[in-house]
Write a protein that binds this ligand. Structure first.
Ligand SMILES: C[S@@+](CC[C@H](N)C(=O)[O-])C[C@H]1O[C@@H](n2cnc3c(N)ncnc32)[C@H](O)[C@@H]1O
Length: 313
């Protein structure tokens, strides 16, 4: 698979990660390796990049794109929650920067054949790591109506979640829903026509597909657990830099950084700290950094990106 994903906010990522020669960095979401290639360029001479992605296509692509620097990289098909395990395999205990660019790549959406897009007629899979867990088909056909509606509402902020869930349950009484196009059709038919205005900025099935993808890949819980592990793998002065696209993701990133800044979790009326929680991070971005207007014009997909970064104390 040839990758076409355009990396977002590359200049800002390099600056916030503070990429310097001779240091060690981890790109936890290689995707099309655009950010990874920029990191490698800035860590020379003498630096090292550990590259992780749960999708085997991304790892194969990275091996090609970064082949000129093979001695300065190590690639792993892993979930980024296992970052500690990956580093211990390499005998590395601490690193100088950890980067994650959350969500899905344009290439997974357009050409993975795994049903991420409502515009294609593909099996409803949606697993980024094809060797793990339940598929979107399992959820769409096996979850009860209430669960489906909750998923669409909570993770997709879909206002028609109940109607969509009810129509899915009706449709599956006669057949198993197996294709992305079938699901997209049910979603479109569930939304009253007057609320489907054409031309529109997003397809009516966008939110349902995004919600399912988040649940299939357990994206939010893994993000939280990843951040907790990443913080303890940074050298003092090391940087954590995260790009998010979804408000729920950004909320987690913001709150975890805040919690590590605060350290202590004792109630404010306690005379002294008894929890032993220590301050581990200093936020470098009080407000999330957004792409420039110029970048959004060149790459409209970048428009909802938020960058947050913090430094290990
Ligand atoms: C937005 S793309 C990254 C794009 C990349 N920065 C570039 O320059 O092309 C997100 C990538 O993260 C991967 N990914 C998402 N969640 C992951 C996780 N929990 N563990 C490992 N990889 C993950 C996806 O498979 C996808 O390839």
């Amino acid at each position: 698979m040839v990758y076409y994903h355009i990396p977002v906010m590359v200049r800002e990522v390099i600056a916030y990660l503070n990429v310097r020669p001779g240091r060690i960095y981890v790109d936890c979401t290689l995707g099309g390796s655009g950010h990874a290639a920029a990191i490698v360029e800035h860590l020379m001479p003498g630096g090292f990049l550990v590259g992780i992605d749960q999708d085997k296509d991304a790892i194969e692509n990275a091996a090609k794109i970064l082949s000129d620097h093979a001695s300065q990289i190590a690639l792993f098909q892993e979930n980024f929650v296992n970052i500690g395990l990956v580093l211990s395999r390499l005998g590395i205990s601490k690193v100088d920067g950890i980067f994650a660019d959350l969500g899905i790549s344009l290439d997974q959406l357009a050409q993975s054949g795994r049903g991420f897009s409502f515009q294609r007629d593909e099996p409803l899979d949606m697993r980024m790591d094809e060797s793990s867990g339940v598929t979107a088909e399992d959820i769409v056909n096996d979850a009860d109506q209430r669960e489906l509606s909750d998923i669409f509402f909570k993770y997709g902020e879909e206002r028609w979640s109940k109607r969509i869930a009810s129509n899915i349950v009706k449709a599956r009484q006669t057949r198993r829903i197996k294709k992305s196009s079938e699901l997209a059709e049910i979603v479109v038919e569930s939304i009253p026509k007057k609320f489907i205005a054409y031309p529109q900025r997003i397809h009516p099935a966008t939110r349902v597909f995004m919600a399912l993808r988040i649940v299939v890949n357990r994206e939010l819980e893994r993000l939280e657990s990843f951040m907790d592990k990443a913080v303890d793998l940074l050298n003092p002065g090391g940087r954590l830099c995260i790009l998010s696209f979804h408000s729920l993701e950004d909320r987690i990133v913001k709150h975890r950084i805040k919690a590590f800044e605060k350290g202590c979790t004792c109630p404010s009326n306690f005379p002294a700290c008894v929890c032993g929680g220590e301050t581990k991070l200093r936020s470098l971005t009080r407000k999330p950094v957004r792409p420039t207007q110029q970048e959004i014009e060149v790459n409209p997909m970048s428009r909802s990106t938020k960058l947050r970064a913090a430094e290990r104390i």
